[in-house]
Design a protein around this ligand. Sequence first.
Ligand SMILES: *Cc1c(COP(=O)(O)O)cnc(C)c1O
Length: 469
Amino acid sequence: MTTTPTVPELPDTKGLQRLDAAHYLHPFTDHAALAEKGARVMVRGDGIWLWDSDGHKVLDAMSGLWCVNVGYGRRSITEAVARQMDTLPFYNSFFNTTTIPAVQLAAKLAKIAPAGFNHVFFTGSGSEANDTNVRMVRRFWDLAGQPERTVIISRHNAYHGSTMAGASLGGMTGMHVQGGLPIPGIVHIGQPSYADHGTGMTFEEFGVYAASWLEERIKELGPDKVAAFIGEPIQGAGGVIIPPPTYWPEIRRICDKYDVLLIADEVITGFGRLGKWFAADVYGMRPDLITFAKGVTSGYVPLGGVLVGDRVADALVRGGDFNHGFTYSGHPVACAAALENIRILEEERLLDQVAHDTGPYLKQRFASLAAHPLVGSAESFGFVAGLSLVRRKAAHVHHQLRFDPGLGVGMLCRAHMFEQGVIMRAVGDRMIIAPPLIMTREQIDEMIQKIRYCLDLTLTDLTARRWLD
Ligand SMILES: *Cc1c(COP(=O)(O)O)cnc(C)c1O
């Protein structure tokens, strides 16, 4: 790992780790394991770089948690937030009041959203936004005189957040077994993962086939019972599963046929990650509702929400009270951060850069990793990418030999990345990245070189353990 002299005084790492283990219950964490190793303490960020409390410099290929789209250390966001805090740190939007940043952000979002989206409901997070979706679509069907339409269809291995409704919409079995989920009225179909389900089909054929699972389920449940279908345009936490281009248009056709609302969860794909403001514009999804969070503020301050398409918004506006909302809905400081974040994305033309320059470059460089003996396939779209570690390679993904999931090969690889100062995430045996949108071609080269080196270290490890035999 490289060290840097720019951190003036290093904090007491051991002391912090002791306090951390004693008092801090982390999200999605095995605490016994954490206490043993001690948490890594991050202290500073600048651009695509982080520094930990031991002075190690780390390349953050995950944008924090898929969110720091404009990179760390943006003084203008800090200033926008400070100005708003000085002027009015908080006021709510209940009881016929509003605030200037909330109004301005709502109007700005209506401008950059896909056609037919003119309203927004603000929340504090992506999970709350998806909870909002559940209530909103059911309210919509109530108002439409079809109160029986309550069921929401989602997909296995989806991630839609960690509240009761968010985790229920999600398709993570590890989450469902804790807390008696999913809650009633939420069901799941298969995910459009070609590697898992596409044997004997072309990629394009598989897209139509995977979409047909939705029609099958709608028929099974009875179309008059189904309120909505929800999906991430590209599944993020599930391992960066990029669907065939045929998938979303076919899903839209089926939703139209049965008058089922379509919710695009764009918490990861929104705000430039795929080279457009929203993936709905990339995939021809024409959703009715769009969930956002993360990149809307580049994570500087928590904010989420739902972009509400005209059909649903008109019904809600005409329908009287919608008894739903959060203390921090439209928080003025968060909205100020979002406005400045969006201004940066526009001023620096980061969407165009990802769409036409660094995105295609990343695609080509990331795809070159597929030549590595451990890598079965390596795909990307805009600034998300994922590769599969395999035990034996083959030209076709369906002929490759995978590792026993119990071996934790992905975590082994991730540990090397961590040691070598690059943050890449492991989802099973898929290694995934979602870099800050500011990443340059030179930095992409540096990242790919680090990843390749870590793959070599992993290969050496696996050979020594005889796990490749
Ligand atoms: C992160 C994420 C969420 C949840 O957002 P939180 O702000 O963590 O509640 C929902 N959907 C997707 C697709 C996400 O990636």
